[in-house]
Design a protein around this ligand. Sequence first.
Ligand code: MCN
Length: 783
Amino acid sequence: MAVTEQKTHVGQPVARKEDATLLQGQGRYVDNITVPGMVWAVLVRSPHAHARIKRVDVSKALAAEGVVAAFTGADLKDSWGSLPCFWPVSDDIKMPPHLPLAVDKARYQGDGVAVVVAETRALAKDAAELVEVDYEPLAAVTDVEKALEPGAPLVHDDVPSNRCYTWALVAGEVDKAFAEAAVTVSERYRQQRLIPNAIEPRGVLCEISPATEDITVITSTQAPHILRTAYTLVLGIPEAKIRVIAPDVGGGFGSKVDVYAEDMVVITVARRLGRPVKWIEERSEAYLATIHGRDVVQQIELAATAEGKITAVRTRLTAAMGAYLQAVTPGVPLLGAWLYGGAYDPVAYDFHCTGVFTNTTPTDAYRGAGRPEATYAIERAVDALARKVGKDPLEVRRLNFMRGFPHTMASGLTVDAADFDAAVDRALEILDYEKARQEQAERRAHRDVKQLGIGFSTYIEMCGLAPSRILGALNYGGGGWEAMSIRVLPTGTVQVVSGTSPHGQGHATTFSQIVADRLGVDPGEVEFLYGDTAVSPTGFDTYGSRSLPVGGVALWHASEKIIDKARKIAAHTLEASEDDLEYAGGRFTVKGTDKGMHVKETAFAAWHAHNLPEGMEPGLEAQYVYDPPNFSWPSGCHVCIAEVDTETGDARIVRYVAVDDVGNVINPTIVDGQVHGGIAQGVAQALYEEAVYDEQGNLATGSMANYLVPSAAELPSYEVDRTVTPSPTNPLGVKGVGETGTIASTPAVINAVVDALSPYGITDIDMPASPERVWRAIQEARQ
Ligand code: MCN
């Protein structure tokens, strides 16, 4: 049967369906939701990074005004099991128990030790201050390398040397490549610890039906389906009894995929009290108790020929886990394990990672998760190689690009499609590279106070998590598939039930565009249902830039199932053979006639079921569960021009050009927005943000006053463009976009800053490249 697809919405900048409600202040976040009889929970948190808990006394809190209950970790320890870590990456991994409230020992500043429940939030906060805890402070270790030194304080008494795991990926003759190399590069980089800053902090509201004991948890999460399973694992509640609702969620950036202590505390207390309980995180709590990102020390070595052709890459990571393993903590550094060769083509590859416990907030997935770290290391190291062989950094990149796809990397995974040369060409066109270098040379010649630097990042990343079979081989506890259902209602409304759970990415808009084109309806006629396990019982949620390359593709396949069934109904109704029908724009037409039937009409016929083909089930609905055969491989070229004030050390971005290849694009405006937001987070790491602990393990950057989240004023206007190499892995030809900006931008910015400082002989600067750091580097170089 002939199928002509009319693409009227895919590829168009369709306005976001989500925005009208949000812009009018009508979004419903957890904190907007109140239920009758609700009480408030406030956690008492350890002020010490490491301390034995000798006594917790809640009696004064219990006697305070409005207090309904107060529990210590010991009171509740039999109500729950350990919080789950779904990714035991190696056989040697140590997975110490992680109870929602600490009992004997607090292991990071912010570790919960008790909970107070009162009629109002203010009363609960006041009463929490009356909880008396006798701590015996212990020496703490917060630095990931110091934690491995002999005699370092042990975060967990039974984990020797604080070593959580070791993990390796080795391919090819690495030692031989280094022995034979004409040039080698050895660099050490520190991925400073970062604090995710979603506009909406976390929040949980739990309500229990007195009649059925069914539990409803309304929570600010990226992952309602994962949470439902986790609640069962930790609390032993049957999965069928739990409904998880993610209402409007004000961002997450990976931090809200996690399974947190507070959820378990709120549910447990609600069950004990038989009253709805709510907890809303304060920003200062978010800094202490929501996961952090990065905190990895990287050693990277390149072996190369005299021309700069890379033959081998050797990487050693020391990665901080923090005090406990959260949902995927140990796996995060490994998400970059395959990418330390970057866009290039080494033949030998050696990656080792050691995971280490420290007395700090647990780390876990934060936008890019492992891939920004890998991209940073290789993109900085390639610049170092260019300096060594005396070539322009672009020339060395071009010499090394992977070409010819599909291409299996030395690290073992196969990139389905990319075109690095095209992305570089386009970026240079936008930039006018020659002119930029000329201006740089002039400023250098005039010894201008403000020097220019040009930094490149030609990146490849793997997202779209992912083929379940590969995740299984890596010991990951979950699958990588996604589920989408379509129901065409009798009146023609198309309902999409989504397994992905957007929290700012605009799935309602882009997924409606996909369905609208396949089924010949207007995107406005598509109703998008998600974020409630009672409405959408099956899914694997939103993270790893997987929603389009996995969920969107599932939706495409579900549309095909609808069309297949609708075609049978149309053929039967029109008394034609299926082969005689043409399909375009949602309408089946008998070839050579004007007789036809729209999908919507077939839905009506399927609903009343008066005259369906023999044996056909009534109704027009379909589910598709898609498990991708490969990861999604976005790539591109980012270029940053930075201006560094050599008197104050202030580094500013004057131009930022991003050319990304995310395959076919469903909605260019949404993709641009994702790239903009992603770059902002990468620039934030390069120039502004750093979580700092003091020697005792106090979080010294505990608020936005000293943790510098950049605002629009610090960020440049981005010049964003694209090249398109459709992914041959999926029928939409799409690749994910949610993390590209973050992954690509950090090294581009630092390469630019270092380039600006190169007349001083400076070849490295730690992140964030703050004015103080830059100024000091210049002073040292001058001496
Ligand atoms: N898209 C498109 N064409 C493409 C690729 C994507 O039109 N070729 C659209 C998609 O249809 C979707 C959006 O772009 O509407 C992002 O798609 P995708 O790359 O699949 O990423 P996810 O939807 O899975 O989002 C996750 C990703 C991650 S991992 C982080 S972290 C992140 C990000 O999204 N956190 C965000 N973007 C965020 N945006 C907001 N506003 N808030 C966050 O917390």
